[in-house]
Write a new protein. Structure first.
Ligand SMILES: Cc1ncc(C[n+]2csc(CCOP(=O)(O)OP(=O)(O)O)c2C)c(N)n1
Ligand code: SF4
Length: 250
């Protein structure tokens, strides 16, 4: 029988151990496929901090380095400056990059470090039990906001791509989602462009991806995607916020 689909060479053979329905796995596949299509698996170095996002260390077939919570972009910056011919990407949760790692997120973009950062936004701190994150949406019930996020106490959710896009060193910024086949195709395109920006040495590239956390949201995998569509998609601006001409032309 003709083989019509193979797992990408960008992923190892280790089975994912994310919770059932968690969309971290979809994002992994897209990154693996992009690395394979661009033929960069052997020259890519990923950096993962702690959190469920940190499990990614085992699953990609490129080199990978672990970092402390929030520090992946500092580590990635060091690697890229020491080894400028490598493709360097960070794979971070929203709690990681938009809370403890905020300073790095801003300054890496301001400096225009030639790395690619990926934020997996599931609106909570996933690994530690679903606490409120800066990206938790208004009114959302979490383990630390049992009555729903109250913006009058904690401020409104941070839409990180918009902030990053305002900094001149950030040359590619996209906000995508993996809740539907159409959006998954868009997400892959954004990830590809974010790596192409780095291949061309243009500056900092950032992709924010809306993702599900069925375990901490207390929903089934299918209801989680529905919840994301009904509650997250309307409040976060989606699409490519910044695209360099050189990449549009590819
Ligand atoms: C310095 C430090 N502070 C706190 C923690 C505890 N901690 C581990 S994972 C995590 C949250 C991760 O959430 P997120 O970045 O959103 O990733 P997810 O698990 O949702 O993929 C926290 C607070 C830690 N490991 N190190
Ligand atoms: S806790 Fe949430 S983010 Fe972590 S693996 Fe489970 S579903 Fe995914």
């Amino acid at each position: 029988m003709e083989k019509v689909f193979s797992k990408t060479a960008g992923l190892t053979d280790i089975p994912f151990h994310y919770c059932p329905g968690c969309t971290h796995g979809i994002i992994h596949r897209l990154i693996g496929e992009v690395m394979e299509e661009l033929d960069i698996i052997d020259k890519t170095i990923g950096v993962a901090p702690v959190g469920c996002a940190g499990f990614s260390l085992d699953f990609f077939s490129c080199d990978f380095v672990g970092a402390a919570h929030g520090r992946a972009q500092a580590v990635g910056t060091g690697i890229k400056r020491a080894l400028p011919d490598r493709l360097v990407f960070t794979y971070q949760g929203d709690g990681d990059i938009a809370a403890i790692g905020t300073a790095h997120a801003i300054h890496v973009a301001a400096r225009g470090e030639k790395i690619t950062s990926i934020m997996v936004n599931n609106a909570v701190f996933g690994m530690t039990g679903g606490q409120m994150a800066p990206t938790t949406i208004t009114g959302q019930v979490t383990t630390t906001s049992p009555y729903g996020r109250d913006d009058s106490l904690v401020g409104a959710p941070i839409d990180l791509p918009k902030t990053i896009a305002s900094l001149s060193g950030a040359v590619y910024v996209a906000a995508v989602s993996v809740d539907s086949p159409k959006n998954i195709i868009q997400a892959k395109k954004a990830l590809k462009r974010a790596f192409q920006v780095q291949q061309l040495g243009l500056g900092f590239a950032f992709v924010s991806i809306l993702s599900s956390c069925p375990t901490n949201w207390g929903l089934s995998p299918v209801d989680s995607l529905k919840w994301l569509q009904e509650n997250m998609l309307p409040i976060y601006e989606m699409g490519e916020l910044k695209v360099p001409e050189e990449v549009k032309a590819l």
